[in-house]
Design a protein around this ligand. Structure first.
Ligand SMILES: Nc1ncnc2c1ncn2[C@@H]1O[C@H](COP(=O)(O)OP(=O)(O)OP(=O)(O)O)[C@@H](O)[C@H]1O
Ligand SMILES: [Mg+2]
Length: 267
C-alpha cells in the first residue's frame, strides 16, 4: 500500500479536484483505492455522493481501536472506497492532541487496511496543524497542486522549509529508527497558457524543482463542474484534455511510486 496526500499550505489550489480525479484515474487503471477526506468541508465526500457523516464523530475516528474499517464507504466508482468527512473534523487537532502519539495516529489508523488497498489518497485541508504533521508521517508523497502565481510558488518553498525543520522531530516510520519525511511532488494546477506570468512561473518551476510532475492541469470550466456533476471528470468529460492531464499525472505518479527503487523518486 502506498499513501499520497493532496496537500498545500495554500487553500483553493486544486487539492480536492486532484484527489478526486487522481483517485479515479488510479481506480480505472486497476488500483484498489481508498480516498480519505480529511477536510471538514467534505468536498471530496460530496463529489462521490457520499453522506457527510463520521460515525461517532471525529473523536471516535481518531481513538477507534479498530482502525478506520467501520468508517469506510463504497462509492459508485469501481475500485474506490471513501472515508467521509463531516463538520466534526474541524476538531481533528483537538482529538489528535489527546492521543499518545498524535503525529503517528493517521499512520496507525491506516495500518490495518494495508492488504486491502494498493493506494490511499488523503484529501487534506490547507494550513499547517497537528493533523498536517500526522499526515506527513503517514504519507509517502505529498502531491502539491501549484497554481502558477508567485504567492502559490512561495508556499511550495515554505513547505520544503517546513519539512526540513520537522525532519529532526518526527519519529522513524520505516522501522529503521531514522526520521522519515514524505517526498514532495508538485504539479502545475489551473494553468492558463494565455498568461505570460503563468509561463514565467512554470519555467522557473521546471528549472528549480526536479521532482515537478511534468503534466500541467489546464484551467477549464469543465473541471469546475465536478461539484455539479458530483463525479470525477472521466464520468462526464472522458475526452477532455483536463481528464487526459489527470490520467497522465496519475501514470507518472504510479511509475514513481512503484518503479524500483522507490527511493529514486525524491524531493
Ligand atoms: N483545472 C481547473 N480549472 C478550473 N477550475 C478549477 C480547476 N481546478 C480546480 N478548480 C476550481 O477551483 C476551486 C478550488 O478547487 P479545489 O476545491 O479543488 O481546491 P482545494 O485546494 O481543495 O481548496 P481548499 O483549500 O478549500 O480545500 C474550485 O471551485 C474548483 O472547481
Ligand atoms: Mg479541498
Amino acid at each position: 500500500m502506498r499513501t499520497i496526500a493532496l496537500y498545500s499550505i495554500k487553500g483553493g489550489v486544486g487539492k480536492t479536484t486532484a484527489a478526486v480525479n487522481l483517485a479515479d484515474a488510479a481506480a480505472r487503471s486497476g488500483t484498489r483505492v481508498l480516498l480519505w477526506d480529511l477536510d471538514a468541508q467534505g468536498a471530496a465526500t460530496y463529489c462521490f455522493r457520499i453522506r457527510p457523516h463520521v460515525a461517532g464523530g471525529v473523536r471516535d475516528l481518531v481513538r477507534g481501536s479498530d482502525g478506520l474499517e467501520r468508517h469506510v464507504r463504497a462509492t459508485d466508482r469501481t475500485g474506490i472506497d471513501l472515508v467521509p468527512a463531516d463538520v466534526t473534523l474541524r476538531h481533528l487537532d483537538l482529538h489528535l492532541d489527546r492521543t499518545k502519539k498524535p503525529t503517528r495516529r493517521i499512520h496507525r489508523l491506516l495500518e490495518p487496511l494495508r492488504e486491502r488497498y494498493d493506494l490511499v489518497v488523503l484529501d487534506c485541508p490547507p494550513g499547517v496543524t497537528l493533523a498536517t504533521e500526522s499526515v506527513f508521517a503517514a504519507t509517502d508523497v505529498l502531491v502539491v497542486p501549484t497554481v502558477p502565481s508567485t504567492l502559490s510558488r512561495r508556499t511550495l518553498t515554505q513547505l520544503t522549509d517546513l519539512l526540513d525543520e520537522l525532519v529532526g522531530r518526527l519519529p522513524g516510520g520505516d522501522g529503521s529508527g531514522h526520521p522519515r519525511m514524505p517526498a514532495v511532488w508538485p504539479f502545475v494546477s489551473m494553468l492558463d497558457r494565455r498568461r505570460s506570468l503563468h509561463h514565467a512561473v512554470v519555467a522557473e518551476l521546471i528549472e528549480h524543482v526536479p521532482a515537478l510532475l511534468p503534466t500541467p492541469v489546464p484551467t477549464a470550466s469543465v473541471v469546475e463542474r465536478i461539484g455539479v456533476e458530483r463525479a470525477p471528470l472521466a464520468a462526464y468529460a472522458p475526452r477532455h484534455p483536463a481528464t487526459a492531464a489527470f490520467d497522465e499525472l496519475w501514470a507518472e505518479i504510479a511509475r514513481r511510486l512503484w518503479l524500483p527503487p522507490p527511493a529514486a523518486a525524491t524531493r
